[in-house]
Design a protein around this ligand. Sequence first.
Ligand code: ADP
Ligand code: ZN
Ligand code: ZN
Length: 735
Amino acid sequence: MVSEPILRIALSGPLRTLFDYLMPAGMPRLPVVGTRFLVPFGRGGRVGLLMAIHHASELPRERLKRASKQLDEEPLLCDRDLRLLQWAADYYQHPLGDVVFQALPVNLRKTRAITQTRPAAWRLSAIGREADTAALSRAPKQLAIMQTLQAHPGGLSKTGLIEASGATESVLRSLKARGWIEPCHPASPEPTETPSQVKHPLNPAQKHAVEQISTDLGGFTPFLLNGVTGSGKTEVYLHLIESVIARGQQALVLVPEIGLTPQLMDRFKQRFGHRVALLHSALADGERERVWHDLRLGNKSVLLGTRSAVFTPMPNLGLVLVDEEHDLSYKQQEGFRYSARDLALVRGQQANCPVVLGSATPSLESLRNAQEGRYRQLDLPNRAADAKMPEMHLVDICSVPLDGGLSPAMINEIRNALANNEQVMLFINRRGYAPMLTCHACGWLTDCPRCDARMTHHRMQDMLWCHHCGHQRRVPNQCPECGSPDLRAIGQGTEQIEDRLKHHFPDVPLARIDRDTTSRKGALEKLLQGIREGAFPLLLGTQMLAKGHHFPSVTLVGILDVDQGLFGADYRAPERMAQLILQVAGRAGRAERAGRVLIQTRHPEHPLMQMLAQQGYGAFSKEAMAERKLAMLPPFSHQVLIRAESTKANDPIEFLQRAATAGQSLDGVDQIELWGPVPAPMERRAGRIRAHLLVQSHQRKLLHRWLSQWIPVIVALPQARRVRWSIDVDPMEML
Ligand code: ADP
Ligand code: ZN
Ligand code: ZN
């Protein structure tokens, strides 16, 4: 007797295993993998996604339940998409159910039917265009469709196609199953928008990069595009995407934060018109779902999106680009802690297409991969067109009287630049007025009652505000400890710098860009537009101002407070500092007028600071790489961080101690180092006590083999239920 097929289903929720169900009663055909089902689970029902069909289950037949019903006729995700999700769940040791369902648009995580109507038109796919139709000699109706579509490269509406070829819908389905035809927009004419943007002839370095990558379209090669700020990386992307579209394929472009760079969006829209779709967190759920279907069905050729866009199904993927690949925002820092950059590489491998990681300040991980020959490195050493790289100067502020954080040299340079009609940009990576207040009489500090951190003074609202847990309180009139009214600010934030600049340059319009001034919808766009139109000679901001912007009139960039990067507890702190400095510096002198960068520091002699200012990122990264190698830190080793927290002081450490002990007895532990458990750098946050355990190995394979034995063991520990805990594979922050 042939046994009844078993549906292996991923259920939404933090579930680490797949669940077996029988087909819904009365279901005529085998369902397709990638469709959703409603299934009984516990006392209720749940939505699940069909991952595989088997013919045996570990459970006895009589204990298997029947799925209630199928929710989709067409698969939402194809086999390749499912393999990416499976890979990600294994690699990040995250419950597969969570991984699968966070990859779907919110609307489809529940039982709602897909809102997209069936595709109204068809065209030849990339495979179909090269297919040998002789194979169809015994299938004349399929052949007729292929010939009709060959005569209509833009595609034909379904009714038109059926009329012209005399075929039926089932014939269309068979061709689709072969992958020879694909749905598309009803034969829309070519984009009507005339590209309003000037297309620059590429300079030799750009040309070389485009040629190298283009030759490899159709195969998996990872590239590291190492191009200084303003070297024309985006122009390289645009050219590559054109080739990909010409091949009838799709391009996936990941960017750190779309909202910050409306300019980039505009450039893509101008070049590719309605073929480009945008996916980012500001979109409404319905909008996101529509975009998602458009890509899944091949209606759009280009997807420009942030981190989670990496999971969007794209059947004809021909190129993956990751802009600013070093950016921390590619790593999700909670829940499913994946790196979109790293998953982009897996995707490229599965789709057999090139993956280009672009940056002016590549991560040490990517640089090492290039050095080891795993990535091909392409350099754009100069700025495109005629712009020069800015000069960098260190301003020693030891024993210099500062005015609210500004040195006399800085104020002087700003004055000169403004007198010259130049635009000036100042960077300080802290919002608010001051990072803390202190009582001058007794030394009381504005500690957060719930965190091991100080509360930031926001003067505009007259509030103290903890940036770690959100706790707020009014600024007291007098010291709560000793009653003295003499409370003073320590350190600076954007508010205070704005205050000082207004004092020194009362008539100069100033734009301040940080989370406080841009929280209202549309506020950022308005400020950015004003900046471009020259309404603000003075710009001041946090890293929101550092990323990707092209403000041609900025010549002087002042960097106020980055020293903590030299001595941070996190071994990545210097790398982050260097990237931030160079990205900020990269805003200077992007057009005709040359740029200057002033960096205020108390450690002008520090070798990393020297190297960065005098020789640039290449020299800096070589030095930083040597230090990592000596310490056997990533990228020379691989890490996993287990974090735990609880309102009860001892629980996190106790859980982690049990976990560590359990890990000691597993196979392969001799290749694993366990560090800790130790209290987290910020031991108390939002009223919870936090600890972590660092796991490290020199070989990723060994680490993962050991990890896959270990995680099930710690999941089952009774202590695990008393804490909140998480697994972070390739942690980027040790907080
Ligand atoms: P990146 O992405 O490396 O920062 P962009 O692609 O934004 O650089 O280019 C920086 C500036 O140089 C843009 O204004 C762009 O239009 C211009 N540009 C790019 N390539 C060329 C070129 N080959 N010739 C002239 N200008 C160029
Ligand atoms: Zn006091
Ligand atoms: Zn707090």
